[in-house]
Design a protein around this ligand. Structure first.
Ligand code: IPE
Ligand code: IPE
Ligand code: MG
Length: 256
């Protein structure tokens, strides 16, 4: 895959888009990414796993810029799942410090680009320093009208649905909601993504072909794209390759 891309676009054109990318064509409004493979990237270099997480931040910067440049409106990056608390304490602590680290170096440039930042996930379990950095970024960017960059942090698709059903059940019990009002639209409005359209394209790196509890409700009709590339090695060229393939897909939504 990498060799193929290198041949196709050449080293010199590293900053360019692939010839086939049709900028006036179908650009996905919302791209979601399962950023996977940081640990294996570090292992291959005999580095601690956390070195892979740090290296992955560079890929986040590059891909967000690449997405903004072609007019993607929403990006959702899976940064920490509700299951990732099972990891060693040191690794969890490191991951919980990354949002501050990322935002302290990147927020000004993101604001210049008009980016709006949102956090999707359960806030209760987060360390206060992590939550503070995210809430500050949300507050400082809330009026921006450019690309919306969502970080799915302490996010689980089942957890999101369970929380939504629990709130709805309480409202039914209190007589504020009637059971027959529980439509697909209403359920969507109780999710973290209530103000965000469903993803058009999902990218997962590192060769794993699964969803790992990511956006289970929202991905119903999303186009899926998988690559063996490990997240820290993922570049704008890989991103545009995914967009080119997306542009060639026929989305039927069950129709003919
Ligand atoms: C993805 O990389 C980042 C997070 C899940 C936080 P991993 O840490 O899962 O890397 P691998 O899958 O072990 O290589
Ligand atoms: C999914 O990756 C979560 C994130 C990328 C944040 P994992 O590495 O946790 O997923 P599994 O365990 O391989 O399914
Ligand atoms: Mg993984």
């Amino acid at each position: 895959m990498l060799e193929h891309l290198a041949r196709k676009w050449g080293r010199k054109e590293k900053q360019s888009e692939p010839a086939e990318l049709d900028r006036s064509g179908k650009i996905p409004e919302h791209v979601a990414i399962i950023m996977d493979g940081n640990g294996r990237w570090a292992n291959k270099r005999s580095l601690p796993r956390v070195a892979g997480h740090r290296a992955g931040m560079k890929a986040v910067k590059e891909v967000v810029k690449a997405a903004d440049e072609i007019g993607v409106r929403y990006m959702t990056m899976y940064a920490f799942s509700t299951e990732n608390w099972k990891r060693p304490r040191d690794e969890v602590d490191f991951l919980m410090k990354l949002p501050q680290e990322f935002l302290s170096t990147e927020l000004d440039e993101l604001i210049e680009r008009g980016v709006r930042i949102r956090m999707l996930g359960s806030k209760n379990e987060l360390p206060s320093h992590t939550l503070k950095a995210l809430l500050e970024a949300e507050e400082r960017t809330k009026d921006n009208s450019g690309l919306q960059l969502n970080f799915a942090l302490n996010y689980g698709g089942r957890d999101e649905l369970a929380k939504a059903f629990s709130v709805m059940a309480a409202q039914v019990k209190a007589g504020e909601l009637q059971p027959e009002q529980l439509t697909e639209e209403l359920i969507s409005s109780y999710l973290y993504t209530s103000e965000i359209p469903d993803p058009d394209l999902l990218i997962r790196t590192s060769g794993e072909i699964r969803l790992s509890n990511f956006m289970l409700w929202q991905l119903a009709y999303t186009e899926l794209w998988f690559t063996d590339v490990l997240w820290p090695d993922f570049t704008r060229e890989h991103f545009y390759q995914a967009i080119v393939e997306y542009q060639g897909r026929a989305r039927r939504y069950g129709a003919v």
